[in-house]
Write a protein that binds this ligand. Sequence first.
Ligand SMILES: [Zn+2]
Ligand SMILES: [Zn+2]
Length: 215
Amino acid sequence: MLQVVSLTYSPFAENTYLVYDETGECVIIDPGCYTKEEEKHLAHTIQLHKLKPVRLLNTHGHIDHVFGNQFVLDTWGLEAEIHRGELPVLNSVPMVAQMYGVPMRNAVPPPGRFLEDGEEITFGKTILKSILAPGHSPAHLCFYQAKDHFLIGGDVLFQGSIGRTDLPGGDHEQLLDSIRKRIYVLPDETTVYSGHGPETTIGWEAKTNPFVRRD
Ligand SMILES: [Zn+2]
Ligand SMILES: [Zn+2]
């Protein structure tokens, strides 16, 4: 049975997820820890649950989702895995940091590996499946596990909202299309753990989301 720990970090209130199973192996998804205290908090939480981080996954390359990539590399020796199409976004992070006035102590290290759409990502006894859902960013991935009905959704779908599409590489129609064809096709009982805000379910959003509903 998969367990999910949700941690909220940085001035962007970004949700960082630890996903683990009974083996104690865990994946760190979108480490958004920004301050030294937040980095310590992440390490402490991992210790507290006696977890062994074995992979670092990024849903997409936006600054708030990759703040902690260098810390995770330094601490657990894990290089980020992300879709190749997010490279331009990742490469623009230093510029974005300046633009937003959020100086970064750490560089963003280059990814160690690229993930494909539909790839099976294994750790412990678990298999997560990547789902390409572009629109908020050019090659955004969600991570799905059918058996325990959960989706790490990044910035695609939020409780009562959807990801913004006014950033470089964003496309509103494409995002709506991704949600309809790739996310709302998942079972209603699927819990969606979003990149910001509280969790929700596919069934609830497909019925009530003011931006996009199941046709
Ligand atoms: Zn984003
Ligand atoms: Zn975000």
